[in-house]
Design a protein around this ligand. Sequence first.
Ligand SMILES: [Zn+2]
Length: 255
Amino acid sequence: MPSFFRLATIAALFTAALVSAVPINDPNSNPSVLQKRAGGATVIYRCTIPGTIAITFDDGPFLYTNGLLDILKSRNVKATFFFNGNNYGRIEDFAPSVKRAYQDGHQVASHTWDHKDLTTLSPPEALEELTKLEDAFRKIIGVRPTYVRPPFAALNQPVLDLLGQRNYTAVLWSQDTMDWAHPDDFSASYKLYEQLFNNTETLGQPGHIVLQHEVNQVTALQVAPMAIDLALVKGYKVVTVGECLGDPKSNWYIN
Ligand SMILES: [Zn+2]
């Protein structure tokens, strides 16, 4: 099929998905789409800068955040944390880890207060999922993030409108390690990184946004360091989502 039609088909599928309130949970099937503007919010699927990789850690802060920060520091690389307010841990209880992630130069972003599917909530409930965490972030780091990952990648038109009104950019992913499905299986997650990095042709293409969960000890303390080391050996830049999009740090947070 000519590539124009393929792209047009993909774009049409995405538009249909966005306007029909169907949760978008399989961005891997649309690798050509880097980002899309919908309902006042931009939805990001993939980096735009070639040779970058943005590893993202969801569902914290939790027990392994600090150890993961040590690993990132020892390798002098940056990552993105999509924190919840009340999920595996409560954000107040892990405030020092959140503050450290911010001060170490990682991108601190929202994964909503307690990880509900925003598309199932009333507008005031969905708003509260955002604002409650914004308030907590202001207390801990003095600002609130402008990047958000909707739990379960669930987006519909009202949620996109809400995110746009709150000045959020929604971040999904282009590679899912599926670590949540095999939490104790190191090789299952690591294999994906090997596939990604052993293909050096991808160095010249827009980088990947990889989904991981830092609440999984194997992910945070075993897969992450090995994956980062492999990325660096293969010549990738391990950066935040903002950096892999060329978005200056001053845009990642507002008051
Ligand atoms: Zn999550």
